[in-house]
Ligand binder design. Structure first.
Ligand SMILES: C[S@@+](CC[C@H](N)C(=O)[O-])C[C@H]1O[C@@H](n2cnc3c(N)ncnc32)[C@H](O)[C@@H]1O
Length: 384
């Protein structure tokens, strides 16, 4: 067995043993190698940071990373050649995530599948191998990323139809689809995507509220609406148009801090909320129009909360070892109170996990629920 075949088979075995890869996907994962979608230079998301790897300099390491269970970044900052790498904007996703989302998709023979967010094309290549080339359409917004995917597809026996365009519009010429899968995260599910899935069809997507956290949703489509459970944690790059462009702080607080905000105290450590992916996700589901920034300095971390309506702000100061933390809240909303109330509700429910929650999208409205659609998350009232 060659070195490539060896690491490849070992990854597939590990994915199957973990339950992420179902037996029906095994052959496609063996036939469509991940290294065929990787550029000569990439950045593997290992642990806390990114490991740059150049195939010419380290061919062994390059191959090893290709078959590690880590995401591999292939583009930064939408391809801007600034010399700085601020934000990863395209990648080959983590194998466990690819396998488990395909498991959630539950494809059957002959199903037509639409994918939004081609990236380098591994997921679409796997789908085309299993479903047949003519049954798979994939859409990528970034022309350079799409061009590289097209080159990768040329090496495959079964290549999907690859379209350069905005996944928020789905791809009407191929609709209706039996299955849809988004591989960039959204905080609002695009209506066109739901509209192009047939009745009782399935849409799998990473849902990431503005506040933080993220999870894969498996939605079943009927009568223009989509509803279903979250199946597990996820961390995907956002659909490009759904990145939030925050207004300047001056728009919220034109004068000096603390402005008109009264002083209060909380015993909840704000970092307990924002440093916990699940807690942030739950708060984000309950308070969908609030975001935060943190600033460190003077032995203190300040959490700033803002609403997208640009009406209110709040700050909470975390000081290590303190038993209560100073809060300031300004404007008609009491956002720290809303965040704290949502967090405490979640604690009171016994800290349910990602899989206990679900989402219904109907007429553009997004409703998160606990256990069943009839049990929506309570809307926090705040204390203001
Ligand atoms: C995580 S990567 C996709 C991973 C990939 N499907 C794989 O096989 O591993 C996310 C991709 O979504 C793309 N993207 C972001 N916004 C998009 C949009 N509105 N329409 C289509 N693609 C988009 C990005 O350019 C990026 O290439």
């Amino acid at each position: 067995m060659t070195a490539a075949a060896d690491v490849h088979v070992r990854l597939v075995d590990r994915l199957e043993a973990s339950g992420a890869l179902t037996p029906g996907w095994r052959q496609a994962f063996l036939d469509v190698g991940r290294h065929g979608f990787l550029p000569d230079v990439f950045w593997a998301s290992t642990g806390d940071g990114y490991e740059r790897c150049d195939r010419a300099q380290s061919p062994g390491r390059w191959l090893e990373l290709a078959y590690c269970d880590v995401a591999i970044v292939t583009q930064w900052d939408d391809g801007a050649d600034s010399g700085q790498q601020r934000e990863p904007t395209s990648s080959v996703s983590m194998p466990t995530m690819v396998a488990s989302m395909l498991r959630d998709l539950d494809v059957h023979e002959g199903h037509r599948v639409w994918e939004g967010g081609t990236g380098p094309g591994w997921n679409a290549g796997l789908l085309a191998r299993r479903q047949g080339a003519h049954n798979v359409v994939t859409v990528e917004l970034d022309p350079e990323v799409a061009a590289r995917a097209a080159a990768n597809f040329r090496a495959l026996d079964a290549a999907p139809t690859a379209v350069v365009g905005d996944a928020a519009h789905g791809y009407l010429p191929g609709a209706p689809y039996d299955r849809g899968i988004l591989t960039c995260s959204v905080r609002e599910v695009p209506p066109a995507v739901i509209g192009q899935i047939r009745r009782q069809g399935v849409l799998v997507l990473p849902f990431a509220p503005l506040f933080g956290g993220g999870a894969v949703a498996r939605l079943t489509v009927a009568d223009g609406a989509a509803t279903g459970p979250f199946t597990g944690s996820s961390a995907f790059m956002r659909m490009r148009q759904q990145r939030y462009q925050a207004p300047p702080v001056d728009d919220y607080l034109p004068g000096d801090w603390p402005g008109d905000a009264a002083q209060e105290y909380t015993t909840l450590n704000p970092l307990e909320v924002v440093d916990d992916w699940l807690a942030s996700f739950v708060v984000g589901l309950a308070v969908p129009d609030v975001y935060y920034r943190r600033s460190d300095g003077g032995g203190m971390t300040t959490l700033w909360l803002f609403d997208t309506g640009v009406t209110s702000w709040a700050t909470v100061d975390f000081v290590d070892g303190a038993r209560r933390f100073e809060v300031r809240q300004s404007g008609p909303r009491r956002m720290w109170s809303e965040v704290e109330e949502s967090f405490q509700w979640w604690v009171g429910e016994g800290r349910p996990g990602f899989e206990s929650f679900g989402l219904t999208v109907d007429g553009g409205e997004h409703r998160a629920w606990l256990h069943e659609p009839a049990n929506p998350l309570p809307s926090p009232r705040g204390r203001g």
